[in-house]
Design a protein around this ligand. Structure first.
Ligand SMILES: [Mn+2]
Length: 323
């Protein structure tokens, strides 16, 4: 039997979900299945392309931590994203499914946790060997960190792996990680030579970025601002401002890469401002969006000046809400 597992790529929860599913499949469905893994990402249009059946080309096909497909070739599905159904017909198709092999819960903090517990309950999966995987997937995917220090200093194996995946490592390395997580503990996966070698420069880069943020961050009226648009930095750990300064209510950051100029707006998850200004609404007039507590604006890199203007305007609006 051939099996393809599609998962949310470059994401700790997606990778752990793929590992948990593969462990289950070998344990309960087919110990000798030939597996392929495919990391998926959201972009313009339908991530499965115009012909879903063509993408689900293996004899059995699973999707975890990613969007639904009504393809009859999709055998297994589990997700927790609010945006799981691209079309209303997809939701109806899922609701009519009687296979017992599809699971959705938008309240679940992580897909891996939802998947593991569902497979244990409904399909005889032995959960005990992966409880540590699932616990960390819950923490990371719902950003339920104990403190800014835990979120920033990456002082645990799972957080190191999270940081590695955010840097979009090569698919072969991700597959090696999935296989290791399907077979053993987080510590065993982290200790693999290829993983250890890939993690080291990522941690070094995170430390350098932290020092850069220490120099760039400006705090006024409880609003931390930073402009890294000239530094060629794209992915910034959004919790750094709360780690570096006490009393940060909101952050407004500007970054610019070859792909986009980005304004990132967030509120302190450990001391949520009260009343909270809805950040998605603040970003909307500039063509941005997101959630009430964290939002952003993405523009083409040529419009960096407009992004800077938006960042300044939003920071001023947030300062004006000072208690
Ligand atoms: Mn997830």
């Amino acid at each position: 039997m051939s099996l393809q597992v599609c998962f949310h790529g470059n994401c700790f929860d997606g990778v752990v979900s793929a590992a948990v599913f593969w462990r289950f499949y070998r344990q309960r469905v087919d110990a000798r299945a030939a597996v392929t893994f495919r990391g998926m990402s959201h972009g313009q249009g339908d991530p499965y392309g115009v012909d879903h059946d063509a993408l689900f080309a293996a004899e059995d096909n699973a999707v975890v931590d990613f969007r639904y497909s009504p393809s009859p070739r999709l055998g297994w599905w589990c997700d927790h994203h609010h945006s799981a159904f691209l079309q209303p017909e997809h939701r109806a198709h899922f609701a009519a499914d009687r296979s017992g092999r599809k699971c959705f819960d938008p309240q679940a903090p992580s897909c891996a946790g939802l998947l593991g517990r569902w497979l244990a309950r409904e399909h005889g999966f032995e959960l005990a060997p992966v409880v540590e995987h699932l616990r960390w997937a819950d923490v990371i995917d719902s950003a339920r960190f104990e403190s800014p220090a835990q979120a920033v200093r990456l002082e645990s194996l799972a957080l190191e792996l999270m940081a590695l995946l955010e840097q979009a490592p090569p698919p072969a390395l991700v597959e090696e990680l999935i296989q290791a997580l399907a077979a053993g503990t987080l510590a065993q996966a982290r200790a693999l030579p290829a993983i250890a070698q890939a993690v080291a420069p990522v941690l070094e880069q995170q430390r350098a970025l932290l020092e850069l943020m220490r120099r760039r961050l400006e705090l006024q009226g409880g609003v931390a601002t930073f402009d890294l648009s000239a530094d060629g930095v794209e992915g910034v750990n959004k919790f750094v401002p709360y780690y570096l300064h006490e009393g940060v209510r909101y952050t407004v950051g500007l970054t610019c890469s070859s792909r986009r100029a980005k304004v990132s707006v967030g509120s302190n998850p450990w001391q949520r401002p009260e009343p909270l200004t809805n950040l998605a609404e603040l970003c909307a007039p500039w063509g941005g969006g997101g959630h009430a507590v964290v939002a952003g604006i993405s523009l083409p890199p040529e419009q960096l000046d407009r992004a800077r203007e938006a960042a300044a305007a939003i920071a001023a609006q947030l300062r004006a809400t000072a208690p």
